[in-house]
Design a protein around this ligand. Structure first.
Ligand SMILES: Cc1cc2nc3c(=O)[nH]c(=O)nc-3n(C[C@H](O)[C@H](O)[C@H](O)COP(=O)(O)OP(=O)(O)OC[C@H]3O[C@@H](n4cnc5c(N)ncnc54)[C@H](O)[C@@H]3O)c2cc1C
Length: 494
């Protein structure tokens, strides 16, 4: 058990005012009254107060939420935090393209959940979520384990759905059949095997391709890796693969000549990294060009075949290996009755990350469709958004459970800094109006990973957790932490 923080005595910002009456405004979080009884049968008096907070998914949102909530509720014997994930490990998805490009092992981009939860008052269940029974306040799970396979129903008082996203193929013929996705560590492992086969010349399906644009030189036959989707995942993957292809022969002398391997990105919209800062996009285009990655823009894919892509403008692009990073959709979780979702499967939530129709159900991260206040824009599927939502909801739920009241603070966040990985050691970022590259971008990236891990492991108690707070004090403290981190790094490099 870690040193828990008593929410009653700790300064938090889960409410704005001490006046109880403020919490019943139409703007406040409409949670059910604390006196509502849950479950099929009204619980006995001594059990009545016991609450189960069931969190589905131990990704960026779910794991961060459970550890932060545990910090607030550790001293409460009447609260159970239950965390469910199909894997026994937390995936650092932001780094899995390095696994695809042989620059990291799967072990380096995952954290064992049982070890992370050691001494914490959180019950972890390794199981697959099958269905959410909203009326009965239960979730059906398929449990896995030696001699212990079956379906279990877990009741809840509060449910948080944080199951992430899966690949979206937009019903394009052949896309799912003939391309490889990149959404998990195991997807990354599969891509790495296929790329190695291609570089060793042992991939019979990844045949040589011939194409007039590349046939001018002496090498009439070559291999081509086509990445469909020029978002952050596609761009980071293409850059890392380019480094990999160029270095592979040093350790594998029998591999094919890297000058016979081409990498291309095919993007449907007029630019790569749609929605990102324009100056950053220009810098990334420059890096891709330096890494010999060819980029097609404004070319939607119409159909995919084995070793071939048909574009909507009639162009046919040959490909030895095609990887699909073109879209994501909310993880498809069955609910009974149906919960309001967008066409892409994301669960519609209000500014409190809460389903309007089911006030005890919340959704966070990639699976949540949360509109940015006073705009029509939905928060993008980013880890930094997922973690901030988790921090926010931990404070809201703790406030409600401990004090039986909620604040009227809505979730809001403006992305001020972004960094994208452009190869094994290269990063490009934007910080306000500035584009950062080289060592500066690398330090920002290293800081953001270090801060995430420290904030995660400490359950929000480490100073680095301020990075995820939106109030001025948090931002100033995060700035001081960053300055300290940078100073340390510079000392180490001198
Ligand atoms: C290659 C790549 C690079 C990225 N780079 C960046 C970046 O640089 N910056 C950034 O901000 N974001 C980046 N992202 C996006 C970021 O990873 C996601 O926004 C983030 O993971 C969302 O967090 P989440 O908690 O919603 O979902 P996830 O982190 O995906 O977690 C979902 C969890 O649910 C579990 N799960 C799913 N289905 C079930 C089920 N049926 N039963 C039980 N468990 C289940 C999964 O195992 C997983 O642990 C990247 C994503 C990818 C794929």
């Amino acid at each position: 058990m870690t040193s828990g923080r008593d929410v009653e005595t700790t300064k938090t910002n889960y409410h704005n005012d001490d006046n109880d009456n403020n919490y019943s405004t139409s703007n406040s979080l409409p949670l059910p009254s604390p006196s509502v009884s849950y479950g099929k049968h009204p619980p006995a008096a001594d059990e009545r107060a016991e609450k189960t907070i069931l969190i589905l998914g131990a990704g960026y949102a779910g794991l961060f939420l459970s550890l932060n909530l545990e910090t607030y509720l550790a001293k409460r014997s009447d609260c159970n935090i239950v965390l469910v994930d199909k894997n026994p490990y937390h995936q650092l998805l932001q780094e899995i393209h390095f696994v695809a490009a042989g620059a990291r092992t799967p072990q380096q981009v995952r954290i064992a959940i049982p070890a992370m939860l050691r001494d914490k008052k959180i019950e972890f269940i390794q199981a697959t979520v099958n269905q959410i029974l909203l009326a009965e306040r239960k979730v059906l799970l398929s449990t896995v384990g030696v001699g212990d396979v079956g379906t279990t129903a877990i009741p809840y008082d509060y449910l948080v759905v944080a199951l992430g996203a899966s690949t979206r193929y937009f019903d394009i013929a052949g896309a799912e059949q003939y391309t490889l996705p990149l959404r998990s560590i195991s997807d990354a492992g599969v891509i790495n095997v296929k790329v190695q086969e291609l570089l060793q010349g042992t991939n019979d399906k990844g045949r040589d391709v011939k194409e007039s644009s590349h046939n001018e030189g002496a090498n009439l036959h070559y291999k081509k890796i086509v990445i469909v989707g020029g978002g952050a995942t596609g761009v980071s993957l293409a850059s890392a693969l380019s480094d990999y292809v160029r270095s592979y022969r040093k350790s594998h002398p029998s591999a094919i000549d890297p000058s016979n391997v081409f990498i291309e990105i095919v993007e449907a919209t007029p630019t790569i990294l749609p929605g990102w800062d324009k100056k950053l996009v220009r810098e990334c285009m420059k890096v891709l060009w330096e890494k010999s990655v060819k980029v097609y823009t404004s070319v939607p894919v119409a159909k995919v075949e084995q070793n071939k892509l048909h574009l909507k403008d009639g162009t046919i692009i040959p490909s030895s290996l095609t990887i699909w990073t073109a879209g994501v959709k909310g993880f498809d979780v069955k609910t009974e009755p149906e919960i309001p979702k967008l066409r892409d499967g994301r669960i519609v939530v209000n500014e409190f990350c809460q389903c309007e129709k089911y006030p005890d159900v919340f959704a966070l991260g990639d699976i949540a469709a949360l509109k940015k206040e006073s705009t029509d824009k939905i928060f993008p599927p980013l880890a930094q958004v997922a973690v901030r939502q988790a921090k926010y909801l931990a404070e809201v739920l703790a406030g409600y459970i401990v004090k039986g009241k909620t604040g009227n603070e809505k979730f809001d966040y403006s992305i001020k800094a972004q960094v994208i990985s452009m190869g094994v050691n290269d990063y490009v970022g934007s910080f306000g109006d500035y584009v950062i590259t080289g060592d500066v971008a690398k330090i920002v990236e290293e800081f953001s990973k270090d801060a995430y891990l420290r904030a995660l492991k400490s359950g929000g108690e480490d100073m680095a957790s301020n990075l995820y707070g939106s109030d001025t004090i948090s931002q100033v403290l995060a700035g001081i932490t960053f300055a300290g981190f940078t100073f340390n790094r510079i000392l180490h490099r001198l």
